[in-house]
Design a protein around this ligand. Structure first.
Ligand code: HEM
Length: 129
């Protein structure tokens, strides 16, 4: 659902494609430096993942870009990703947004948008396990 307000879409508010590319780069630096999360990405081509993630974020924040990757459920199933991993992943996103000086309300809107996909990633309900 597109929730454009008089302040524009989330995509526009955080600075569009270029800002999302930077955000994703900084976010993955944090994710890959985290010993709880890094092992999941051991066999992943990070450049390709970042490209898909940029696309995904642009689409999820109502930008003019369509995500053309696999479904999130297909990309993540069978990897053993649990709610605690998802929660840590979202913490890194929160810290990345805050460290970039993103408006607090936009930050919270982005986090809640991303949390709506938690079930697809873990197959579990909730983010506090
Ligand atoms: C809502 C949160 C998340 C979103 C929106 C997300 C999004 C994505 C996207 C768009 C891709 C690319 C899919 C493709 O290649 O077509 C991907 C791949 C991947 N994600 Fe996530 N992800 C999330 C959470 C996580 C978490 C918590 C982990 C592990 C701790 C994880 C691990 C991976 C791995 C390992 C791949 C690469 C698969 C491969 O090597 O092809 N993701 N994710």
């Amino acid at each position: 659902m597109i929730e454009a307000t008089d302040r524009g879409t989330l995509y526009e508010r955080i600075g569009g494609e270029a800002a999302i590319a930077e955000l994703v780069d900084e976010f993955y630096d944090r994710v890959l430096a985290d010993p709880l999360l890094a092992p999941f990405f051991a066999d992943t081509r990070i450049d390709r993942l970042q490209e898909m993630q940029r696309e995904f974020f642009c689409a999820a924040l109502d930008g003019p870009i369509r995500y053309a990757g696999q479904s999130l459920a297909a990309a993540h199933s069978g990897r053993g990703i649990r709610t605690r991993h998802m929660a840590r992943f979202v913490d890194h996103l929160l810290e990345t947004l805050r460290s970039r000086g993103t408006d607090e309300q936009d930050t919270l809107d982005i986090i809640s948008r991303i949390n709506t996909y938690a079930m697809d990633i873990t197959g579990e309900v909730g983010v506090d396990g």
